[in-house]
Write a protein that binds this ligand. Structure first.
Ligand SMILES: O=P(O)(O)OC[C@H]1O[C@H](OP(=O)(O)OP(=O)(O)O)[C@H](O)[C@@H]1O
Ligand SMILES: Nc1nc2[nH]cnc2c(=O)[nH]1
Ligand SMILES: [Mg+2]
Length: 174
């Protein structure tokens, strides 16, 4: 008998939490309300790629025009591998944060295990770290977030999904 195939993080999660563009926009605005009391910020650092959309919305609301990226790859669709820093924080943004990240706002869509957030926090220890969603393992790393979901939930973002037909419940839909 062959070995059972390894489950992806999404399969292990079990519960699905689909987020629409509308909901995501509302949650980003709610995040900005909280951040407005913490700032002002010199610049926003988006953790790509998931942090790009919330970073654009938050920066627009906060009136911040300097946006930098830190490009990190970890999940290949739904499996987490080793973290790879594909592009670090720019020298200009580092300078704005005085070398420690003071006055900088790091934005990502979510924290899950917290591995990605931990790596970026090490680069900018004094920056403020905000995410829209947080799972319990990663939550202690985040300074400000909007919605907590359980560790066994997989969040589906609007840029990764499309509308599709769902069979009626009585025909066996979950
Ligand atoms: O807390 P962790 O367990 O580290 O997971 C959180 C990270 O995982 C996702 O990014 P992903 O690596 O899938 O890349 P993407 O943003 O390019 O989709 C998400 O956008 C976070 O950055
Ligand atoms: N889309 C998505 N990416 C993730 N990366 C780590 N956790 C998640 C999640 O719940 N949803
Ligand atoms: Mg990401």
């Amino acid at each position: 008998m062959g070995e059972a195939p390894e489950l992806s993080a999404q399969e292990r999660a079990g519960k699905a939490f689909p987020v629409s563009w509308d909901q995501f926009h509302r949650d980003c605005r709610a995040l900005t309300w909280r951040l407005n009391e913490v700032g002002p910020f010199h610049a926003v650092i988006a953790i790509t790629r998931g942090g790009l959309v919330p970073a654009a919305i938050v920066a627009r609301e906060l009136g911040v025009r300097i946006i930098d990226t830190v490009c990190i790859a970890s999940y290949d669709h739904t499996k987490q591998g080793d973290l790879q820093v594909l592009k670090g924080i720019s020298e200009a943004a580092m300078k704005l944060g005085g070398g420690t990240g003071k006055g900088l706002l790091i934005v990502d869509d979510l924290v899950d295990t917290g591995k990605t957030g931990k790596l970026v926090r090490e680069m900018l220890p004094e920056a403020h770290f905000a995410t829209v969603y947080a799972k319990p393992k990663g939550r202690p790393l985040v300074d400000t977030f909007i919605t907590e979901v359980s560790q066994d939930t997989w969040i589906f973002f609007p840029w990764d999904t499309a509308l599709s037909f769902q069979p009626p419940l009585r025909d066996g839909a979950a």
